[in-house]
Design a binder for this molecule. Structure first.
Ligand code: EPZ
Length: 431
């Protein structure tokens, strides 16, 4: 049992350095399977989703050496299996990227249905549509996705809805597909571009990532590569929201400001001053936070992974705000926890009506998933009194050294591992 004990009410001030992007690295690691060579990957975040993926690749026969906490060397020459059992794949959603990579390398993949945060149904029909267009046959048996092909050939693929996972997964499989593949209505997220850049650094021929149409010329072979993962857009956005909610002033370092444009714009609408520099953004909170309207949308729209954190900020703004979630059908589960802290939020189907309150008060809450967990930590940091945030294993899936970084900004947060430590922390913070 690990949980955070937090005393709120302190404006967070100072600098924080952002880690590598979770949603890029959990695709880049499986992509090394296509290289059948040694790759050196830098700026890897030390988070449990990464450890889970590395563990899976290890069991499949990859040799992995840690150069330091955030750099590995991975040798995938000796991978000798295209089967990934449920025990392994259920640990994270991104295990579905092993399908595209193994299909590309072995023309065969058998991977159990992926795990991950429950944000709604989350089907993989668009992934399968893409694999079948490349000439593969697919079947789902005993919870295993089985995909195989005599050989893969280029194709024109139009995705029925914009999907990060399907765009990257089909890109992995199409890398070796003979001829040209044209993918339309694709996702344009920064991590989609990062995976394409990584594949091209190994010798792939992918054009147009980050735009509406991706074109891939199939190649016969890839080679190893040294690559550094981009900074995490959502981790950066989370600390930007933390500055707003705690009436703080935070310089968020090691970011690509372009990736944060939509988040910066929204924080400006809420009254924050947001200054952009080459590789940093500074968020200075106003006296009074202003209400606004938010609608989540695929990149470059407002990221759904910033929705819970933004609802927390708006719960502290004067007036009423409206937040519409258009990507996932069940991403407001955390609102009941927020209400325990005194927030005034009403949810009707995919829309939250947020009526600002003067302040929140500390309470014991439980994280239902990764981003909601981070949002509840922000709420606790802004609240009067002491809070306990439980199920932090969700948060550790996607945020490296989260509590250390918050303490570096003056936040009063402790990670407790047992009830005795919890009581000690509560007493300490209650003084
Ligand atoms: C990725 O999930 C991210 N996960 C999610 O981040 C993120 O919320 C999401 O993209 C949207 O940006 C990873 O990158 C590992 P989608 P993914 O396919 O790929 C529907 C986090 O907190 N859909 O873009 O699963 C789907 O149900 C996580 O870091 C289909 O209908 O998302 C959803 O409604 C949470 N059929 C929408 O499309 C498909 O075959 C977008 O999903 C695929 C998706």
């Amino acid at each position: 049992m690990e949980k955070f004990v937090i005393t709120g009410g302190t404006p967070l001030k100072g600098e924080v350095t952002i880690s590598g992007a979770k949603n890029a690295v959990v695709a880049i690691l499986p992509a090394t399977i296509l290289a059948e060579d040694v790759c050196r990957i830098e700026n890897i975040p030390n988070i449990s989703d990464v450890s889970a993926m590395i563990n899976i690749l290890n069991i499949m026969g990859a040799q992995i050496k840690y150069i330091n906490k955030n750099t590995i060397e991975i040798d995938t020459r000796h991978i000798n299996s295209y089967v990934v059992e449920h025990e392994l794949s259920k640990q994270l959603r991104a295990s579905y990227y092993l399908i595209g990579a193994l299909l590309g390398r072995f023309n065969h993949a058998e991977v159990a249905m992926p795990g991950g945060c429950y944000l709604g149904v989350r089907p993989i029909d668009q992934h399968i549509k893409g694999f079948e267009a490349l000439g593969a046959t697919t079947r789902i048996e005993n919870g295993m996705v089985k995909v195989e092909a005599e050989s893969l050939h280029g194709a024109r693929i139009y995705f029925d809805n914009v999907s990060v996972g399907a765009t990257i997964n089909v890109m992995l499989a199409a890398t070796f597909a003979e001829g040209r593949t044209v993918m339309e209505n694709v996702a344009k997220e920064p991590h989609v571009v990062d995976v394409a850049n990584f594949l091209n650094s190994m010798g792939a021929r992918i054009r147009g990532a980050g735009m509406d149409v991706i074109r891939i010329e199939g190649v016969r072979k890839l080679h190893g590569s040294d690559y550094a993962v981009i900074p995490d857009q959502i981790e950066a956005g989370t600390f930007m929201a933390m500055a707003a909610a705690t009436h703080g002033d935070i310089l968020v370092r090691n970011v690509i400001p372009k990736h944060l444009e939509c988040i910066s714009l929204k924080l400006r609408e809420i009254g924050c001053e947001v200054r952009s520099y080459d590789d940093a953004v500074r968020v200075i909170a106003p006296e009074k936070l202003l209400p606004t309207r938010v609608r989540t949308y695929p990149y470059p729209g407002f990221p759904t992974d910033m929705q819970p954190q933004t609802v927390v900020v708006l719960a502290l703004a004067g007036g009423s705000s409206v937040v519409r979630e258009t990507i996932f059908e069940n991403r407001f589960k955390y609102v009941d926890e927020l209400k325990r802290m005194g927030a005034d939020v009403t949810v009707e189907s995919n829309t939250a009506f947020v009526h600002g309150v003067k302040g929140l008060s500390g309470a014991d809450v439980v994280a239902p998933d990764l981003r909601a967990g981070a949002a509840l930590v922000i709420a606790a940091l802004s609240a009067e009194g002491v809070s306990g945030v439980d199920k932090i294993e969700y948060i550790q899936r996607g945020y490296e050294d989260f509590d250390q970084k918050i303490r570096g900004l003056g936040g009063r947060i402790t990670c407790v591992k047992n009830p005795r430590d919890e009581r000690k922390a509560m007493l300490r913070y209650a003084q």
